[in-house]
Design a protein around this ligand. Structure first.
Ligand SMILES: [Zn+2]
Length: 120
């Protein structure tokens, strides 16, 4: 596997902006999803058993999605915090210390490990 170059200053600035964009869109998503995960009308007099099960499954899926997005939001916030504390800390793999690589970070600005470590 080829080793990645450390981030250049301009790449780092692009990624910092990507993190902000990601943070915004996750916050908007979570606003919408919070409502979906909460409100499920289980009024038994109005609903058949099958649609009740349906509604519960849909709610469970909505809650799983919500959790996934909440976890991602936390990762994005942590990445922003790390970057803002010291931009040099953003970029190297947290496990092996090698550069994660611009292309991987451009696709997933919140990752903290390189491809090799994520497979290990
Ligand atoms: Zn690594």
């Amino acid at each position: 596997m080829s080793t990645n170059d450390p981030l250049t200053d301009s790449e780092r600035i692009v990624l910092r902006a990507d993190l902000d964009t990601l943070l915004d869109s996750l916050r908007r998503l979570l606003d919408d999803e919070a409502g979906l995960a909460e409100t499920v009308d289980l009024d038994q007099s109005r609903m058949g058993r099958v649609s009740r099960i349906d509604a519960i499954q849909q709610q469970k899926m909505a809650q799983a999605t919500l959790r996934r997005h909440q976890q991602r939001l936390e990762r994005v916030e942590a990445a922003i915090e790390r970057y803002d504390e010291d931009p040099e800390e953003y970029g190297p793999c947290m496990r092996c210390g090698e550069p994660i690589g611009y292309r991987r970070l451009k696709a997933f600005p919140d990752v903290v490990v390189c491809v090799g470590c994520s497979r290990a």
